[in-house]
Design a protein around this ligand. Sequence first.
Ligand SMILES: *[C@@H]1O[C@H](CO)[C@@H](O)[C@H](O)[C@H]1NC(C)=O
Ligand SMILES: *[C@@H]1O[C@H](CO)[C@@H](O)[C@H](O)[C@H]1NC(C)=O
Length: 438
Amino acid sequence: NCLSAVSEIECVPFMCAQFRMEMKQCIVKLMVQPSRGLIDEKFIVLVQKVPPGFQLTVHALHKCEDGHSWEAFGHYTSNATGTVNVSEDPSLGGTYSGVEQMGLLWSLRPVPGRKPGLRLRKMNVQTPMEVTISVYQGHQTEGFMDQVPLASVVVERWYMAPGIRRILITEDGLTATLFLPPGPGPFPGLLDLWGGEGKLLEYCAALLASYGIASLGLDYLTPKITMETGKLMDKQYFETAYRLLEQHPQVLSSRIAMLGLSLGASMTLKMAVYSQVIKVRLDDVYVCTIYRNMGKRRTGKNNEMINRDLLLPIPTDPTLKVDVGRLKCPLLLVLGDDDQNWPAQESALDMKQIMEQAGNSHLLTVLSYPNAGHLIEPPYTPHFRASSFNSVQSTETVMTLWGGEMVAHSRAQEDAWRKMLDFLRENLFSGSNPGAAS
Ligand SMILES: *[C@@H]1O[C@H](CO)[C@@H](O)[C@H](O)[C@H]1NC(C)=O
Ligand SMILES: *[C@@H]1O[C@H](CO)[C@@H](O)[C@H](O)[C@H]1NC(C)=O
């Protein structure tokens, strides 16, 4: 992956006049390395051959699949050798500040004038997220589209590494996509359940396949059968998906994990505890909820919907909860302590207590992040404190508050993802007794 993108553009004459430099000395060089990589990979942005002490803006522009434009930018001053290294030099202003190697991605936000509530999500993982990195003269905050940059390069960010096979699954009534790593295998497997908005979101499964795990992304809320007949999916549907992985010739049947995000997390827990079929080696859950609606919905100061109180107080009646005391596989819970959508913190604490009483708390790892919100996504995904949400249960779109603060949330995403990969590696790839946990 030693790819890099380089742009050398003759700088505009007035700039050279301003610095009384000769034209041939005045060529701005912009390099981004690697220019093609996975979404969770870091890149180096280097600006060279500008005058010493030169003020410039490094700008990132992304046009998403819905056609909306997103931007992020940082203000820099070149050093005595006329260089800015975004990995090492502080941004003095812009959409992020300080030394932030990946601020150009995690602080992406809709360009001014867009409707509120947008959220960035990759629907087609077969194409990369393309980001144009440019250098502009001066410390600017707006009007980038109307100007000619001093240099510009396009970088590609992929969820799917080269050689991954993407297989659409429609058999046995499933609406799913299987991502197989390159090579003959067999690989450890993973069942990926996304959140309460339905649809088949593939980016997590694609990215995990890039780390050597055969990953099945499953649509359990809006699969074809439900759309055609109105029938909701039951336990059997999840078990069918699990069996498909288990019986796949390229999957190690004793090494299967489940990953759930948001609503998917509660499904994951239920299956792991109660299913006779699903014998997961480990369970990996992003944000959890295990309770029926109890409390009240609140509204935030900008009229956003706050759902966390729906599930509070945590019920004491054990029949209202998944009995995590029966769990036999390792469980990693990842949560943000400013989750405004679900009482993730309170749920995790309750689960910990249940598991301590049952004597299986050695299986539990909780990663709780201060000032992080509900939507803990792969690294460098922009943070959305609130966004329009279209739940499967209702027809209206509502502005929903997820919580979290941009910098803390971005750090949490980076840390949680690395730790989740370590957890998966440790439990799926190593150890000499694959059947032990089931
Ligand atoms: C300017 O920054 C570049 C890249 O970080 C570094 O190699 C160079 O030594 C720096 N020059 C000075 C004078 O600090
Ligand atoms: C820019 O910073 C990165 C990260 O510290 C470093 O690896 C790279 O060598 C630097 N590039 C230059 C030209 O100084």
